[in-house]
Design a protein. Structure first.
Lengths: 114, 113
């Protein structure tokens, strides 16, 4: 089975801290995604990557950056965390970008910024 | 903005079929209909997808209308473990956007004993 692993299920950080959220997938998927999920707003796409070192902005990239140095790993970076970035962060991967590729999600990382 | 419309909540009796509707009136010819579900405190899980024909797998059936403007996910014998939020999503490939998924609000399905 495809496994998408997020490094931390729960994090608590302080305003202004730099935060790294790590995601690793074990199925050699080209495409990886970072979403955040907030009550009443559903899942919103932050960034995605379709190849190593390639990245594309999603709907809400402000305040975030990403890194994809290796195919299996996609990192989300909050350069200076703010309280409005308190959220559930979900990483996903897929084999193809076309309509036939399903997304496999990790368990999520719940970040609280104080 | 989400491209699908779903009822916010539904109830279903355990053992009965759960029929979850989705409206996607602006769907284009190269877009697939996907269904995911999210059980509390977990990441979304893929259920099924289709283009224009009805589809069935071990989890569910997907019925897509002939004009493709709406679809229904059917859980034939709902159990308590099917209680979750169900998302209907249309997905295609858009150059420079990589076929990103747009999640709407979903339908919160409660299966009751």
């Amino acid at each position: 089975d495809v496994k998408v692993t997020q490094s931390s299920r729960y994090l608590v950080k302080r305003t202004g801290e730099k935060v790294f959220l790590e995601c690793v997938q074990d199925m050699d998927h080209e495409n990886m995604f970072w979403y955040r999920q907030d009550p009443g707003l559903g899942l919103r796409l932050i960034y995605f990557s379709y190849d190593v070192k390639m990245k594309e902005k999603g709907d809400i990239p402000e305040g975030y950056s990403v890194s994809r140095e290796k195919k299996e790993r996609f990192s989300l970076i909050l350069e200076s965390a703010s309280t409005n970035q308190t959220s559930m962060y979900l990483c996903a991967s897929s084999l193809v970008l076309l309509g036939t590729g399903e997304l496999f999600f990790g368990e999520g990382s719940r970040l609280t910024v104080l | 903005d989400a491209k699908t419309t779903q009822p916010p909540s539904m109830d279903c009796a355990e053992g009965r079929a759960a029929n979850l509707p989705c409206n996607h009136s602006t769907i284009s010819g190269n877009e697939y209909v996907y269904w995911y579900r999210q059980i509390h405190s977990q990441g979304p899980q893929y259920i099924i997808h289709g283009l224009k024909n009805n589809e069935t797998n071990e989890m569910a059936s997907l019925i897509i209308t002939e004009d493709r403007k709406s679809s229904t996910l059917i859980l034939p014998h709902a159990t308590l473990r099917d209680t979750a939020v169900y998302y209907c999503i249309v997905r295609g490939w858009i150059y420079n956007q990589g076929g990103k998924l747009i999640f709407g609000q979903g339908t919160e399905l409660s299966v009751k004993p």
